[in-house]
Design a protein around this ligand. Structure first.
Ligand SMILES: *[C@@H]1O[C@H](CO)[C@@H](O)[C@H](O)[C@H]1NC(C)=O
Ligand SMILES: *[C@@H]1O[C@H](CO)[C@@H](O)[C@H](O)[C@H]1NC(C)=O
Ligand SMILES: *[C@@H]1O[C@H](CO)[C@@H](O)[C@H](O)[C@H]1NC(C)=O
Ligand SMILES: *[C@@H]1O[C@H](CO)[C@@H](O)[C@H](O)[C@H]1NC(C)=O
Length: 392
């Protein structure tokens, strides 16, 4: 069997290099699976219990980006039911394209890149403050998305926060959980440890943190993809790490300081990208095929036996290689962690410049009134909880 998929993959990749389609995958706030720019269209695969049969819905509509960027990534802003797309348009690489998942409409947010290199970065979207943090050429930048579920007439700006302790040869493997950005595969760090940036205090913690497996072993120090798992409520506490060789799927819990080892994806693909919901981890490989691994927080033994399964309803409507599928997407060193941000305790928007003001700013950020009626109260509550969480 091996030669056939290989040939298909090569054809798709050849085709993709012409078409330059760069799909990405994420969720809406109801955890419907969304796939953008796959075979030239956008798809809503619905909730997890519908993925293995039927057909995904075509949600392609006007105002969308062409998904022809080299390294397109997308991120769920959970409080706003919005998806932010970075590098969705090769002709306008600094723009953030915003998909309002409730209104099913697109707008384009103008962004001033300043000294930020839009062609080379890794980013996470902080869940509670809705601020992007990105590492580019070993500097840390941020972009405050406010409470946007549609573009604002006022351009936003990438701001240079500070230097990282890492030299430019480090390809960041960065994931968010509990208001901390976790850097894996840092040169010189102990195997199985993460180095941590504390968003709230704009602080690179000097001590690495160990996340051992239950048998005392560790996840490897190697490059890979990461994505943060969501929770029904409260801060995100776990992220998945898939080494480039696809040999395993590690889920790191930053509350218990432990790691679960789950099956690696059936398709070993260093260029695959990933998104996480609450109960699933989804792989979009570089041929455009989608597979998922069911996941239950706190159920390590069940998780260890879970199996990667095809997202059949997307395969039915957008078969890999059928048209201009494929991706090229993942080549980005951008964090593919679409589902983005881990929730965090309150982290101050722009806290990177104002350490110490985190709590007050968090309260502000949480109480930003939402442009969508009905969410304002939730946001305010979230802000209050976040504010409280700061002091836990
Ligand atoms: C995409 O990623 C590749 C490989 O990581 C890099 O060489 C290229 O500059 C990136 N391009 C953009 C537009 O991000
Ligand atoms: C959107 O635009 C308004 C008016 O220009 C401005 O007050 C507000 O701060 C903007 N919001 C964001 C998130 O940039
Ligand atoms: C996890 O590690 C941190 C830092 O070493 C420590 O403060 C925390 O208590 C640990 N949590 C558990 C559950 O051991
Ligand atoms: C991106 O990753 C590729 C390998 O996947 C590496 O060769 C390249 O140098 C990286 N680019 C940047 C800008 O880190």
């Amino acid at each position: 069997m091996a030669p056939i998929p290989t040939l298909v993959s090569l054809l798709v990749l050849a085709f993709a290099s012409v078409v330059l389609s760069s799909p990405c995958v994420t969720f809406d706030s109801d955890f419907n699976l969304l796939v953008f720019g796959l075979n030239g269209k956008d798809w809503n695969a619905g909730p997890q219990d519908t993925w293995t049969s039927g057909s995904a819905a075509d949600i392609t509509t006007t105002g969308r980006p062409p998904f022809d960027g080299a390294n397109t990534t997308c991120y769920l802003a959970q409080f706003f039911n919005a998806v932010y797309i970075l590098n969705g348009d090769a002709a306008n690489p600094s723009a953030v394209h915003i998909y309002d998942a409730k209104a099913k409409s697109w707008t384009t947010q103008a962004v001033q890149a300043g000294t930020f290199d839009v062609a080379s970065f890794n980013a996470i979207l902080d869940h509670d403050t809705n601020v992007f943090y990105a590492v580019s050429h070993s500097s840390l930048f941020f972009l405050d998305m406010g409470s946007l579920n549609a573009a604002n007439a006022t351009a936003l700006s990438w701001e240079n926060a500070k230097d990282t302790p890492y030299d430019a040869s480090y390809q960041p493997v960065m994931a968010l959980a509990q208001n901390h950005i976790h850097f894996l595969n840092v040169p010189g760090a102990p195997v199985g440890d993460a180095e941590i940036f504390v968003i709230h205090f704009s602080y690179f913690q000097p001590e690495p943190q160990a996340y051992p497996l239950s048998d005392g072993s560790t996840f490897p120090n190697t490059h890979g993809q990461v994505t943060s798992l969501f929770k029904d409520t409260g801060v995100q506490q776990e992220f998945a790490f898939i080494p480039d060789d696809g040999s395993a799927t590690y889920v790191i819990n930053v509350e218990t300081n432990t790691t679960q080892s789950l099956p690696g994806p059936s398709t070993k693909d260093a260029k695959a990208i990933y998104a996480a919901g609450i109960t699933s981890l989804v792989q979009l490989d570089s041929t455009g095929a989608l597979n998922f691994l069911p996941y239950t927080a706190g159920q390590a033994s069940a998780n260890a036996k879970a199996a990667w399964t095809k997202v059949a309803n997307v395969l039915a409507v957008a078969p890999p290689g059928a048209t201009s599928s494929g991706s090229s997407s993942a080549s980005a060193n951008s964090t593919k962690a679409t589902a983005s941000g881990s929730a965090t305790k309150a982290s101050a928007a722009g806290s990177s410049q104002t350490p110490g003001l985190g709590g007050a700013q968090a309260a502000n950020s949480g109480s930003r009134s939402s442009p969508m009626s009905g969410i304002g109260v939730g946001m305010t509550l979230a802000g209050i909880f976040s504010f409280a969480a700061c002091f836990l």
